[in-house]
Design a protein around this ligand. Structure first.
Ligand code: NAP
Ligand code: GDD
Length: 379
């Protein structure tokens, strides 16, 4: 019964969050606290950043896109009724593909800080939809920067840059001065976004900073990214809900951190004395195989019995090794990661075990589960 109730609650909250999306002309209210505007608020990082900024006393506006089904799950727990006084989180419709919406939102919200986290963020998918990825992940950034210029406001601007920029790495570890060699349409789009951010800083004196963030994961990570795909599958296998886990390249190495730690770095960048570009990473690298071993080991399972390779998950060009050196962020911002690789795996497994348990319960009640979609497509 618990799962039935929680599903009902979830859908009620989603409806309420959608209902709270404001029209532009409803936006203006006298403001005292700092105001932040977030694109990508419904994503993993957007949800953690919103929590952090609300804790810090900000008024937060999030841009969401129209969707035929509810997609505010990650921020539903932060929902505030806009009809009540003192609401500090508001959602507005907009799209990085739609300059006029960005212009309008900027005029109305007049943010002190903008966090541009919105993107088609899946590397494998970017090979299937390269042009769209270029539009949103690349040109979306210049649309935002131009909107700032046109409206004449002077917000601080954070661009969600990525360690994918290093691609076929020229040196290890990677720092702010390591040359870029992007290896996917996603990384090429992010390269454009990175350079246009630097260009607007240099050309127009904007406070615009790039966070070159290495992979960061959490219990809120999208289920087709490798970490979550593994923890979701292993916990379902543990409960007999799934038999196999089909994977791509197990030799790829990543510098994996915890998303909650990383959004703090974003805020620190926009609250520094000067705009600049920073690597954010743990300084440890692990193979995908190790992530699998740790996850299955934690559940007392022998991963080799369950994991099979499916070439559909290989990428046309791979990024073999990422390892970041975040000394500059440590020195200049005082940032450092708090959650270790082991703790990260454990917290994700614990969370997904909870979900698997709910699913098992729901199955017992003969409910169809969304988790059965996990194997769709080639991602
Ligand atoms: P995510 O979970 O995939 O979230 C992406 C967000 O972008 C979602 O809110 C999505 O909205 C939104 N979005 C997609 N297309 C949009 C459009 N056309 N207009 C407006 N919003 C749009 O990504 P994440 O992991 O939180 O990452 C946040 C940002 O950091 C992304 O730019 C990503 O590329 C970058 N990054 C991530 C990592 C990482 O390891 N997580 C590392 C380096 C950089 P819907 O919910 O409607 O789809
Ligand atoms: N997704 C996925 N699925 N990846 C797999 C699989 C699989 O079945 N099998 C092996 N991998 C490998 C990929 O080939 C890649 O080398 C690695 O696991 C990590 O893949 P993802 O978790 O999809 O992340 P990513 O590194 O490609 O991209 C993420 O991190 C970037 C920062 O470096 C995304 O969050 C990007 O948006 C982000 O910029």
């Amino acid at each position: 019964m618990l799962s039935k109730t929680s599903a009902l609650l979830k859908s009620t909250f989603s409806r309420r969050a959608q209902a709270s999306v404001l029209k532009y002309n409803q936006l203006s209210e006298p403001q005292m606290a700092k105001t932040a505007l977030i694109s990508g608020i419904t994503g993993q990082d957007g949800s953690f950043l919103t929590e952090l900024l609300l804790e810090k006393g900000y008024d937060v506006y999030g841009i969401i896109r129209r969707s035929s089904s509810f997609n505010t799950d990650r921020i539903d727990h932060l929902y505030q009724d806009p009809h009540e006084k003192g609401t500090r989180l508001r959602l507005v419709y907009g799209d990085l593909n739609d300059s006029s919406s960005l212009n309008m939102i900027l005029r109305q919200v007049q943010p002190d800080e903008i966090y541009n986290l919105g993107a088609q963020s899946h590397v494998r998918v970017s090979f299937d939809i390269p042009e769209y990825t270029g539009e949103v992940t690349g040109l979306g950034t210049v649309r935002f920067l131009e909107a700032i210029r046109e409206t004449g406001i002077r917000p601080r601007f954070y661009q969600a840059s990525s360690s994918e920029l290093y691609g076929k790495v020229a040196e290890t570890p990677q720092t702010e001065t390591t040359p870029f060699h992007p290896r996917s349409p996603y990384a090429c789009a992010k390269a454009y976004a990175y350079y246009i951010t630097v260009n607007y800083r240099e050309s127009y004196g904007m406070f615009a900073s790039n966070g070159i963030l290495f992979n960061h994961e959490s219990e809120r990570r999208g289920e087709t990214f490798v970490s979550r795909k593994i923890t979701r599958a292993a916990t379902r296998i543990k409960l007999g809900l799934q038999k196999k886990l089909y994977m791509g390249n197990l030799d790829a190495r990543r510098d994996w951190g915890y998303a909650r730690d990383y959004v703090e770095a974003m805020w620190m960048m926009l609250n520094a004395d000067e705009a600049d570009d920073y690597v954010i990473a743990t300084g440890e690298t692990h193979a995908v195989r190790e992530f699998i071993e740790k996850t299955f080991g934690y559940l007392d399972l022998d991963w080799q019995e369950y994991v099979e390779i499916d070439p559909r998950y290989f990428r046309p060009a791979e990024v073999d090794l990422l390892l970041g050196d975040a000394s500059k962020a440590r020195r200049q911002l005082g940032w450092e990661p708090k959650v270790s690789f082991e703790q990260l795996v454990k917290l994700m497994v614990d969370y997904d075990m909870g979900l698997a348990n709910q699913e098992a319960e729901a199955r017992a009640l003969n409910h169809k589960s969304a988790a059965t979609r996990a194997g769709w497509g080639s991602i």
